[in-house]
Write a new protein. Structure first.
Length: 276
């Protein structure tokens, strides 16, 4: 019986050794990320840090990119010209920009609507009068409003940056019909928006910054992030002050607690038998 078990153990050991050698001979396991869309890279935006604020020069440049490139299709209905005063641009400059738009107002004394130059209290004008006109001009796709887009999307800052820089030719096996463009960071891989930053030099920056595609993408993302949370810097500053006050209060209360109760906690009480 022992001899038969020994004869069976030898082939099994050989098979096991061969299988183990085959496993170790195979190269590293390839990882296939089948998420749709793929996750956007983590970009090192300055505003992400708890101790950093908005990069206002980049926000200022991003407004120029939005005004000259993005505003032809996308609206920002929740943002007014007055919101940018003394945060992004001086009041005089914002009045000049607002006056360059014609705003429908009224009714007047005769009950009719009229157009006038824009003022600071006006909202950013929409490129289309209604949703149907927007869909008709864009092949059935509705350009989203960008007022709070960075907070509405999951990790919106990274997503928009990757989307703007992610346009490329479709790979083999994927055909994009007319009016659609391949972008791996968009759900489904095909997006109706053409590449808005198709070349360098689309905007002339007033501060002389080189106008590359990546620079324009970074600046417009910073502007959209600021537009979604204009009070971001003040809120973060108040939070840091509150945290500092809490830490100081904890130290003071801890010192008081220890000095107040140390006499009671280290006291020794001995009981002796009463002498009659």
């Amino acid at each position: 019986m022992a001899f038969r078990a020994q004869r069976l153990a030898r082939p099994l050991a050989a098979v096991t050794a061969a299988g183990g050698g085959a496993v170790f001979a195979v190269g590293p396991v390839a990882k296939c990320d089948d998420k749709d869309p793929i996750h956007a890279p983590r970009y090192p935006f300055w505003v992400k840090s708890i101790f950093h604020s908005h990069e206002i020069p980049s926000v200022r440049r991003g407004y120029e990119v939005y005004r000259q490139v993005c505003a032809t299709c996308h609206s920002m209905k929740q943002l007014h010209f007055r919101h940018l005063v003394n945060f992004v641009l001086p009041e005089k400059r914002m009045k000049e920009i607002a006056a360059g738009f014609d705003v429908v107002d009224g009714p007047n004394d005769e009950g009719e609507m009229f157009t006038r130059p824009g003022i600071l209290v006006d909202a950013f004008p929409s490129p289309y009068p209604n949703e149907e006109a927007a869909r008709y001009a864009n092949g059935g796709a509705l350009p989203p409003d960008l007022s709070v887009y960075t907070t509405a999307k999951h990790e919106g800052v990274d997503y928009i940056m990757a989307l703007l820089l992610g346009y490329r030719d479709p790979p083999a096996g994927i055909e994009a019909r007319a009016g659609l463009y391949y972008n791996p960071y968009y759900p489904g891989g095909l997006i109706a928006m053409p590449n808005p930053l198709h070349s360098d030099g689309l905007v002339e920056y007033e501060d002389g910054t080189p106008c590359t595609k990546s620079q324009m993408a970074k600046d417009v993302v910073n502007f959209l992030c600021w537009a979604a949370e204009p009070a971001h810097d003040e809120r973060k500053l108040v939070g840091l002050k509150a945290m500092s006050a809490c830490f100081c209060g904890i130290f003071i209360v801890g010192f008081w607690y220890r000095s107040m109760w140390i006499g009671y906690k280290t006291r020794r009480i001995d009981f002796t038998k009463a002498v009659m």
